[in-house]
Write a protein that binds this ligand. Structure first.
Ligand SMILES: [Zn+2]
Length: 263
């Protein structure tokens, strides 16, 4: 099985699994009809997958293979067992993604792109793909840079990327987990309730819970918030200046970063 087929099957599997689970056990009522949002998110997925082709064969995995051949990157100087290298690479890559997320909120230029993700008026499994194509390209370049520095095995990068995709679908899901399970899971990983706080219109909540896989980074660096002030039913999702139906439109979402007065 090729790498692309493997990744696509796990991605589609996770999307179907969590979309079904959130339909059966929803956490919140929807603000907007599902159809328009989903069509827009489908459109974004198609455009994003075409956009990364601009980079040609440059992917995080290809970079790992290249770095290995050239002996570049920290891990290529060490002779560690593969399980240790995969574990350490996973932790370092996850930290790098946490850091990138913090930066995309703090640097105005990156926030212009990232806010497309945050304008979503509802959160569900499909929100995991709602990223502007320019942000997807920049993310890929950033990830390749990190891989060049770390020099992890290609297998480690593949495992990390598959987990990152699946966990983004999981933690954006509108899924009501039993509170005990949520509490147990979030000792280590980001749960839907934990990530939902990050999508609150209240700025002090948006600037919390940046993690995607591990919950430890937010706890370590003081960006952790357990629950939203207004509760999960009462909280408002999205950005305060975009509380209309516009975020459900594809063209509106694509041109948002280029609007004159972005926040
Ligand atoms: Zn964010």
């Amino acid at each position: 099985m090729s790498e692309t087929v493997l990744r696509l099957s796990i991605f589609a599997g996770a999307l179907i699994l969590f979309s079904t689970l959130e339909a059966l056990f929803p956490r919140r009522q929807r603000n907007l009809p599902r159809q328009g949002r989903w069509l827009t998110h489908l459109g974004i997925t198609v455009i994003d997958s075409l956009a990364v082709r601009i980079l040609g064969p440059i992917t995080a995995i290809a970079t790992a293979i290249w770095a290995h051949q050239k002996g570049a990157g920290l891990f290529n100087f060490a002779d560690w067992p593969i399980w240790f290298e995969i574990t350490l690479a996973f932790i370092l890559l996850d930290f790098a993604i946490y850091l990138q997320h913090v930066i995309s909120h703090r640097v105005p230029l990156f926030w212009r792109l990232h806010k497309v993700h945050h304008t979503d008026r509802d959160l569900d499994a499909s929100s995991a793909v709602r990223f502007h194509p320019a942000e997807i390209i920049l993310s890929m370049i950033y990830k390749c840079g990190v891989v060049l520095i770390i020099g992890p095995a290609a297998l480690a990068v593949l495992i990390f990327e598959i987990c990152l995709n699946a966990s983004a679908i999981f933690n954006h899901a509108n899924l009501k987990l039993p509170l005990g399970l949520d509490k147990a899971l979030r000792v280590f990983i980001v749960t839907p309730d934990m990530h939902r706080v990050h999508h609150s219109v209240i700025e002090s909540e948006t600037n919390k819970n940046f993690g995607f896989n591990f919950s430890i980074w937010d706890k370590l660096f003081g960006t952790y918030k357990a629950q939203p002030e207004a509760g999960h039913d009462g909280m408002i999702i999205g950005l305060s200046e975009h509380q209309s139906a516009s975020p459900s439109q594809l063209w509106w979402s694509l041109k948002l970063p280029f609007a004159k007065t972005p926040k």
